[in-house]
Structures are given as C-alpha cells and as structure tokens.
Ligand binder design. Structure first.
Ligand SMILES: [Zn+2]
Ligand SMILES: [Zn+2]
Ligand SMILES: [Zn+2]
Length: 223
C-alpha cells in the first residue's frame, strides 16, 4: 500500500543518513517530533502517525521533527513520558488545593490531610481524584521497574549480544513460541508479578532492531 509514500520516506531517511547518535542504519529509523503536541491531527483531533500520512501531509510534518534510530527514539519518549505524566498530575493537584475548601480531607500523596472541596473526590474515596490517579501511576511504574530489572538481569540481546544498561526501553520480550502467548510483556503492568514472571519465562530478550528483523523477515524497506 502507498508505495509513493514509502519511497518518499526512505529517501528522506537516506538523505538524513545518520541518527543524532551516529547510527547510519537508516532503514530502521523512525520519525520523532521535537514536540509531541505539534503532531498531525485530523479535524476530529485524532493523531495520525507519520507512517500513515499522505504525501502532502508528510512533507508538511517533516519540519516538526527528525528521524531517530529506535534506541534514541525510545530513550526520548521514555524521558518525555516520565516528565509529562507526573507533571500533569501535580499541576491538577495544585489546582485542587486552591479550589473552594470543604469539609472533606484528602489523605493522598499530594495533599496528605488537606481539606478540599468534596467535588474533588470520587464518592467514597478518602483520596481526591489526583491522589487516586497518582497511586495508579505509581503502581504502573513499580511494575515497569520490575520488568526493567529483569531485563538488566538477563543482560543482553539474545541475537546481537548488545548489553542492557540504562537503555532498557530498547529491549523487548519476544515469545519463542507465539502460540502460547497470553499478552505482550509490555502490556502486563496491571497484572500480578507472578503473572509477569510466567509470561517472561516463555520469552527471549531481544533489542528492538533484532526483534523487528525477526518479526519482519522480508523487510527490505519496500515490501
Ligand atoms: Zn540514535
Ligand atoms: Zn489529594
Ligand atoms: Zn539485538
């Protein structure tokens, strides 16, 4: 599909030639925005990924970012995610503080004992909505740290031997036998650690490039 677009994309990647880190394997590059808020949106506000844009939109989008290798792209997105999600919660929590005061006490992370307007709460919760979401956020983070630590313990990509360091978001769990797959490991944040352990036992650790090559064996940029 969309051969015209695919060709154009490859030409752009080729023209850039190198990632900021020096990686010159341009066929595997991904488009990364300088600012995610400037991403192309449809009239309904839906974000459309760079690879799914039409030629004209794609040309327009090029000025808002550059191509990065998978590793640099992941590192950037992870950092961004960690900053924005906590920032947003904190910002909302500060707004809640200045709201009209009521008799209800929030016992959560941001407010610890401050009285807030009852409107800030879910019906029977002792934490306001922001403190409640913070707990979910923290739980997800803990699970993610748990999974990342296992990656560090496993040590390296099973195909190319690239070592796992602070680049753990670049590594993925690949199901050796796809028929016994329950879910992607990266989608298990809401599950118990025992469930995560069972799923990881079915997998080998691969870096994103090797994983991509394995799942797209015929990939030559044009297929
Ligand atoms: Zn790079
Ligand atoms: Zn609160
Ligand atoms: Zn690898």
């Amino acid at each position: 599909m969309h051969t015209k677009e695919k060709l154009f994309r490859i030409l752009c990647k080729q023209k850039q030639g190198k990632c900021e880190c020096g990686n010159a394997n341009y066929l595997f590059f991904e488009f990364a925005h300088y600012n995610r808020l400037t991403k192309y949106r449809t009239r309904n506000g839906k974000i459309i990924g760079f690879n799914r844009l039409h030629l004209k939109q794609m040309k327009n989008e090029l000025g808002k970012g550059r191509f990065l290798c998978k590793l640099c792209h992941r590192m950037e997105t992870t950092k961004e995610y960690e900053n924005t999600s906590l920032d947003a919660l904190e910002r909302h929590a500060n707004l809640a503080k200045t709201a009209e005061l009521g008799s209800k006490i929030c016992t959560g992370y941001f407010h610890s004992g401050t009285a807030l307007s009852p409107r800030e709460f879910y019906n029977n919760h002792s934490r306001c909505k922001n403190c409640y979401y913070y707990d979910i956020y923290r739980r997800v983070r803990n699970k993610r740290d748990y999974i990342n630590n296992i990656k560090i313990e496993l040590g390296m990509c099973q195909f190319c031997s690239l070592p796992v360091r602070d680049n753990y978001t670049y590594f993925e769990f690949d199901h050796i036998d796809p028929t016994n797959k329950f879910k992607k490991v990266s989608e298990l944040h809401k599950y118990k650690t025992s469930t995560i352990d069972i799923e990881i036992k079915k997998c080998q650790l691969l870096c994103a490039d090797c994983h991509f090559k394995k799942t797209h064996p015929h990939f030559c940029g044009l297929s």
